[in-house]
Design a protein around this ligand. Structure first.
Ligand SMILES: [Zn+2]
Length: 278
């Protein structure tokens, strides 16, 4: 655990979205085996339930994980996605191509288009998704829930403002990129997401970049070895990468999202406004 100031050194944060039971447990074990800590973003209304053949982690497991030093964040109440404009979708695709190159982007986009809707359930109102999930997680985990992750990975500016107003200290997107440690928007945190085509070599390079350029790297995982699921990673690549991260701990901090935000706030004279672009 960090005792003192961060000196704004590079940071790597490992995050898991949705938290399907067997997958989240596999990530938890992989992180623990390397003494690394991560952030598990749960869909509050699905905890302990089976939805559309997906079984979700239970509250007592989440509480144990929090005791081990992992952070439990919110990934909404029922995974309601943002209503995005075509312009936003085009920007998303452009960012994807810039980050992953045309070949991997095409494969990923095609695989995503073929996916049926994951959770065909009745959703709450947008603000209720953000508020209720925080309340439910704090009750279930018995700790403050400070971090939000947007279902679908792309917020509207309304949603980003909502996350801030409701009291989350950050919100994470799936926008590809790294975060600068002194100047960034805490409600549109950028990430590097693992997909079927991500190798340990690719992910190790993210870590090198964060170290060399003094950046905050946030990695996103969803599933392990799940055939035909585009955001799945292979267990062997994951383990190889985590062992690389562990070997770099003298050069990069492994922190949760809320720890990083808190340290940055302390580090900046007068704190930082963390304004959201609107
Ligand atoms: Zn999700």
């Amino acid at each position: 655990m960090p005792q003192s100031r961060l000196d704004l050194g590079p940071v790597v944060t490992l995050t898991v979205d949705d938290c399907w039971k067997t997958h989240a447990q596999a990530f938890d074990q992989a992180f623990d085996s390397m003494s690394l800590r991560g952030v598990f973003y749960v869909i509050a209304g699905f905890v302990g339930k089976e939805v559309n053949r997906f079984q979700f982690l239970e509250w007592d497991t989440l509480r144990q994980m929090a005791e081990m030093g992992h952070e439990i964040g919110s990934h909404s109440f029922t995974h309601r996605g943002s209503a995005l404009t075509w312009r936003t979708k085009a920007t998303q695709l452009f960012r994807l191509v810039r980050s992953k190159g045309p070949v991997r982007s095409t494969k990923l986009a095609r695989a995503l288009l073929n996916l049926p809707e994951e959770y065909p359930v009745v959703h709450l109102q947008q603000d209720e998704e953000v508020v209720m999930s925080k309340r439910e997680i704090e009750k279930g985990v018995r700790r403050p829930c400070r971090s939000y992750s947007y279902p679908g990975g792309e917020p509207t500016s309304l949603l980003a403002n909502l996350a801030r107003d409701i009291g989350y200290t950050s919100a994470r997107t799936m926008r590809p990129g790294f975060n600068r440690l002194r100047q960034f928007d805490a409600y549109t945190l950028r990430t590097q997401a693992w997909d079927q085509w991500t190798t340990a070599r690719i992910a190790d390079k993210w870590v090198e970049k964060a170290i060399n350029k003094n950046l905050w790297l946030i990695e996103v995982f969803h599933a392990i070895d799940l055939p035909s699921y585009p955001y799945s990673c292979s267990e062997s690549s994951l383990r190889e990468h985590l062992s690389h991260v562990r070997s770099k701990l003298g050069e990069i901090h492994n922190l949760t999202i809320s720890e990083t935000i808190e340290l940055i706030r302390k580090d900046l004279p007068g704190g930082t406004p963390f304004e959201t672009l609107s």
